[in-house]
Structures are given as structure tokens and as C-alpha cells.
Write a protein that binds this ligand. Structure first.
Ligand SMILES: Nc1ncnc2c1ncn2[C@@H]1O[C@H](COP(=O)(O)OP(=O)(O)O)[C@@H](O)[C@H]1O
Ligand code: SF4
Ligand SMILES: [Mg+2]
Length: 365
């Protein structure tokens, strides 16, 4: 393992050009736009990142920032046409293990789904069929990609249920989804996602619906499984706390774009974008009183049809007047390097950001 891959290489630096990448997953300038009666919804608007096998990337942002649209895009699910009547407009490149998925044959992408890449959703009931037992569904997921007998597939399903911590798996395999608790259903869905040893696992808000104790168990489970299988993992969440320990790298999304990204400890302990400061302030913390806990970022997320000009965060940013000449409201800030493998899109100078963080923000967290 090189020095690079220990810090920041999971995320990589912005790239351009059309050569096939060497990273396991590389997303280049991804745009996913939805034509609607009200106008074009720019849900994802120029997102780039890299991810290596064995690494975890956390994608963080408020509700509506484009996280799920990004993950469905990678899984090739927008082209399937089940999201709205009109087709999404998708551009950019998504390279998975040397194959560009956006230009690949949809049948090929369908084959990769489940075998090479799998997804865990927030709501297991949306992924599990109510009329089939958990076992039947895992067996089916396995047999689509493996030419094995039902008996062999069932053995594999029991192993997976055991692996994700479901007690008496040989009995529970015959249960229906509604006979499981929320946490157990989430485990069953993880078992189903992992039955084919996918090399890329996308977990979209995997613990949001669960209580705190079960949340911690599920996150531990994802971490253990990743170590065991060596897959690349993307964890999507609105809660920076969820990924602070779990992720190697964090990418913060705002209004369909990345506004900060870098090694997890940098983004968490030395964030350089006012929106990330806001997310940190709104994080539930065990060492705080309940009433002090949730200070949401003031204001509302931007309209993705009329994204504010300049910096999309400017209507909500307490520091919008710090950069000179109103630049914040007229020029969109690009990602610039603010530290080793650490990037932020903000017009403030490095000195301004560091001073505000050290003197005003960090002491209050
Ligand atoms: N099929 C669609 N048609 C129109 N707008 C969509 C569609 N799918 C998602 N969006 C919009 O894209 C934005 C980002 O959605 P999403 O990625 O689900 O956000 P989140 O970060 O909460 O996962 C939202 O404003 C959502 O309403
Ligand atoms: S560019 Fe301006 S509005 Fe945007 S985050 Fe930086 S200071 Fe705030
Ligand atoms: Mg979502």
C-alpha cells in the first residue's frame, strides 16, 4: 500500500481527460438532470470522485442535496426509467473496474448490479418483497448470478444470515420480512446485498430509520464486512457523525455539487467550508444536553431549478460578505486545494477560513 492510498487516495483529486482511470471507481463530472413541468431539476451537477477497493467514502449533505440521485446514477437505475415519467438527462463518466457504465450496454450494467455492485437502502421494505420469505429472496439473488442448486444457494443464504448476526439463521430463513424487526430486516437486506460478494457496496442512509443502538450495530457490521470482503463502500448520510469514524474520506454535497472533500479526519476536525461548519454544529453529540443538540444550518436548501448564482450557499452563509467585491454572489467557487488531499469550494482566503474556524467555530463545537 502506498503512502498515497493511506490518505486521500480513496477519494482522489479532481481529474479530467478521457483516458480510462486506474481507480476502482471513478466518477467524472456526473450530471443528473430531471426535466419537469416547473423546469430542469439539476439534482447532481458536476460531481467527481474516486474510490479504491477496501476504502470507504462517506457522502454527506442535507436532504435534497443529490445523494440518492448520485447513488442511483452509479447503479444505473435512472436509465431504467422507474423514476418519474420523463427520462433523466445523465452525462459524465462512471468508471467501475475499467468499464464506463453510462455508455455501457444496459444489459451489462444489469448484470453488474447485484454481482459487482449492490445497494442497501434506508427502507428495507422497499427492497424486500412482502410475499416471499427472506430465504427465498436471498437464494434468488444468489442464483441469478451463480449456476448452483437451490440447496447450495440455501446453504449460502443461511451462512449470510449468520454472518450479519441473525440468530438461528437456519430457522429464520423461512420468515417473511414483516416477521422481522426493523434492525433484523436491515441485516437481512445487507445479507442479500452481500450474497454475491459485490466489490462496490452503496449504503444509502442505512441506519436513518433505526434506533441509536441498532444504528451502531449496523455500522459496525458494515465495517466488519468491508474488512472481510475488501470491497469499496460508499456510505450516504445526512449525519456527519455517522461517517466520521467509518469513512476514510468524506465528500460534502450541497445543491448537487461537492463543496468539500478530503480525508475524514481533515473534514471532521479541520473543515474549511462554512456549510461543513454548519453540519458539524447540527450534529447530535452525546456530550451535549438534548436541547443544545440540534442547531440546524439556518435557512433552507437551495432550489435545484433556480440554484443561487455565485456560491449556491450564499443566501445561508454567515460569511458571504467576507470575500471582497460581492464575488460570493456572482462567481461560483471551484474546488481548490486547502490542505493535503483536502479540497473546498469557497471564495474566502486560506487565512480567513483558518481564522474563522479557530476563533469563532471550533470553540463553540
Ligand atoms: N425523478 C425525479 N424528478 C424530479 N426531481 C427529482 C427526481 N428524483 C430526485 N429529484 C430531486 O432531486 C433532488 C435530490 O434528490 P435526492 O438525491 O433524493 O436527495 P438526497 O440528498 O436527500 O438523497 C431533490 O430535490 C429531488 O426532489
Ligand atoms: S463562497 Fe462565500 S457564500 Fe460561499 S461558502 Fe464561501 S464565504 Fe460562504
Ligand atoms: Mg436520499
Amino acid at each position: 500500500m502506498t503512502e498515497l492510498s493511506k490518505s486521500g487516495a480513496a477519494l482522489g483529486e479532481p481529474t479530467s481527460g478521457s483516458a480510462a482511470p486506474t481507480s476502482f471507481l471513478e466518477v467524472r463530472d456526473l450530471k443528473v438532470h430531471f426535466p419537469t413541468d416547473d423546469g430542469l431539476v439539476k439534482s447532481v451537477d458536476g460531481l467527481s470522485f474516486k474510490l479504491e477497493k477496501g476504502k470507504t467514502l462517506g457522502i454527506v449533505g442535507e436532504s435534497g442535496s443529490g445523494k440518492s440521485v448520485t447513488s442511483l446514477g452509479i447503479m444505473g437505475l435512472h436509465t431504467a426509467g422507474q423514476y418519474g415519467k420523463r427520462k433523466a438527462q445523465i452525462s459524465g463518466e462512471i468508471w467501475l473496474d475499467g468499464t464506463e457504465l453510462l455508455s455501457a450496454d444496459p444489459d451489462h450494467v444489469r448484470k453488474l448490479r447485484g454481482r459487482e455492485m449492490a445497494m442497501i437502502f434506508q427502507d428495507p421494505l422497499s427492497a424486500l418483497h412482502p410475499y416471499y420469505t427472506i430465504g427465498q429472496q436471498i437464494v434468488e439473488a444468489y442464483r441469478i448470478h451463480h449456476d448452483v442448486s437451490k440447496k447450495a444457494a440455501k446453504k449460502r443464504a443461511v451462512e449470510m444470515l449468520d454472518r450479519v448476526g441473525i440468530p438461528q439463521p437456519d430457522k429464520r430463513i423461512d420468515s417473511y420480512p414483516h416477521e422481522f424487526s426493523g434492525g433484523m430486516r436491515q441485516r437481512a437486506m445487507i445479507a442479500m446485498s452481500l450474497v454475491n460478494n459485490p466489490e462496490l457496496l452503496i449504503a444509502d442512509e442505512p441506519t436513518t430509520a433505526l434506533d441509536v443502538t441498532v444504528q451502531a450495530q449496523i455500522l459496525d457490521l458494515i465495517r466488519d464486512l468491508q474488512t472481510e470482503f475488501g470491497s469499496a463502500v460508499i456510505i450516504i448520510t445526512h449525519d456527519l457523525g455517522v461517517v466520521a469514524e467509518l469513512a476514510d474520506d468524506i465528500l460534502v454535497m450541497y445543491g448537487g455539487r461537492c463543496i468539500e472533500r478530503g480525508p475524514a479526519e481533515k473534514v471532521f476536525y479541520e473543515p474549511r467550508h462554512p456549510y461543513t461548519w454548519g453540519l458539524l454544529g447540527s450534529m447530535p453529540r452525546l456530550d451535549r444536553e438534548q436541547q443544545e443538540r440540534l442547531i440546524p444550518v439556518k435557512g433552507s436548501p437551495p432550489s435545484l431549478i433556480n440554484i443561487p448564482s455565485g456560491c449556491a450557499f450564499n443566501p445561508r452563509c454567515p460569511y458571504a460578505d467576507v470575500p471582497k467585491d460581492n464575488v460570493t454572489r456572482t462567481v461560483r467557487p471551484e474546488l481548490t486545494e486547502v490542505g493535503s488531499h483536502h479540497w473546498a469550494a469557497c471564495h474566502m482566503t486560506q487565512e480567513q477560513r483558518e481564522r474563522i474556524w479557530t476563533e469563532e467555530i471550533a470553540p463553540k463545537l
